[in-house]
Design a protein around this ligand. Sequence first.
Ligand code: ADP
Ligand code: 5SP
Length: 473
Amino acid sequence: MCVVDSVGMAIVLGIDSSTQACKVLAVDTDTGAVVASGRAAHPHGTEVDPWSWWSACRRAIAEATADLTEPVAAMSVAGQQHGMVVLDSAGEVIRPALLWNDTRSAEQARALIERDGARSWAERTGSVPVASFTVTKLAWLAEHEPQHADRVARVLLPHDWLTWQLGDRATAVATDRGDASGTGYFSPVGGQWLPELLAESFGGRRPELPRLLEAGQAAGRTPSGAVLGPGTGDNMAAALGLELEPGDVVVSLGTSGTTFAVTDRPTTDSTGTVAGFCDATGRFLPLVATLNAARVLTATARMLDTDLTGLDDLALQAPAGAEGLVLLPYLEGERTPNLPEAAGTLLGLRTGNMTGANMARAAVEGMLCGLADGVDALRSVGVAVGRVLLIGGAASSRAVRAVAPMLFDVPVEIPDPGEHVAFGAARQAAWALTGDLPVGWQPRSSRVQESTEEVDTPIRANFATARYGQYGM
Ligand SMILES: Nc1ncnc2c1ncn2[C@@H]1O[C@H](COP(=O)(O)OP(=O)(O)O)[C@@H](O)[C@H]1O
Ligand SMILES: O=C(CO)[C@@H](O)[C@H](O)COP(=O)(O)O
């Protein structure tokens, strides 16, 4: 649907409301050039008041638009996936949102799988539920906070709620199939909600669900008249921003580690490793997620009493394989492999190898090994892997850039620095504004990262052996 008859050059905003921060880009629709940006931090924790996202979003938008001479014609919100935002019949937030990385619903995830079987979940919803998924959080709420569960009139995802806040009074609560596919009560193949499955998992309760928008369909308008795009999940928006081609696999190192690709056909993985999500264009987005990525590096830097630059320096001093030190970096529990109650483990300690450099190196290698396993899992469901595009905050790390080419057996490229999620959201906003998805906006050059070290050490095999020894998987 086109909401304007003709558009010359216009400014659109792409909003990335992810785990640690809200990032906004103002983009010129003619060229895809980023003309301004803004950023505001989110609170820590896995349980967050949605109003703190709203306040960060407003501050980031104010910063991005402060010096613009043109009015903003459209905007779209890409949000962290899966989080549970529950509203009462007056539209008020009932309790703080539970985020994708809150693992308290691990027991409910196990019970839901036991009830219906992993294959049935994968066939109906594209994915086998883990503690990240909204459906398990609702099951937890029904069991642990029935007084709150009884008041739930609507359940939303973070991006749905923010889009609704940005809208005028006529803007209804809406979502897109990309983010909906991470709830656990949506059919990627049918493109529809599964309200019966939701009710069965939420003690018979039937909260209202957001209206599902078509790809690129406007959700409404802001009070100042800007068109609101449908929005989507942050990983789906990154795929839009990078204009992925067949063979492109993204490895994103943000709070989560994700690896994903865009495919024409849905995937169904009953092992639960690959989630069968939808993308934001009407196609599909198989994805593997870990709970432990960039924060493994910040936590290790803190432990070594240094900063991220110091961590890079140390990691680059150590040899490949960290002289036998292996870190299983499950600091926040883990989602893939599904070990929600796990903690990190350091293996292979000897008097000769207990150096800060080896520790830093083991952190970088351990984090990346989980993602390299994710790329293999994508292959196992038929995804073509021609190159890896490394994005997210920790893709700036010099050590990550040096180690990644040793672990991924395809070329590793770093798209021009940028906020790819916000950029994809801006591209979606332009689509909602004009009715056409703009092409040729993607970062023009990508740097191929060559490995500078000879690798004799089987880093991934050592990691797999350590994990098997610890967890039998
Ligand atoms: N040079 C770097 N080395 C390692 N980590 C980095 C570097 N720069 C940023 N980060 C980390 O990236 C993370 C933020 O990445 P981002 O993709 O924006 O996360 P999210 O989208 O989950 O909010 C932070 O944990 C930050 O410490
Ligand atoms: O749960 C997932 C994907 O399924 C996460 O990727 C979240 O979408 C959060 O993303 P970041 O804040 O780490 O970018």
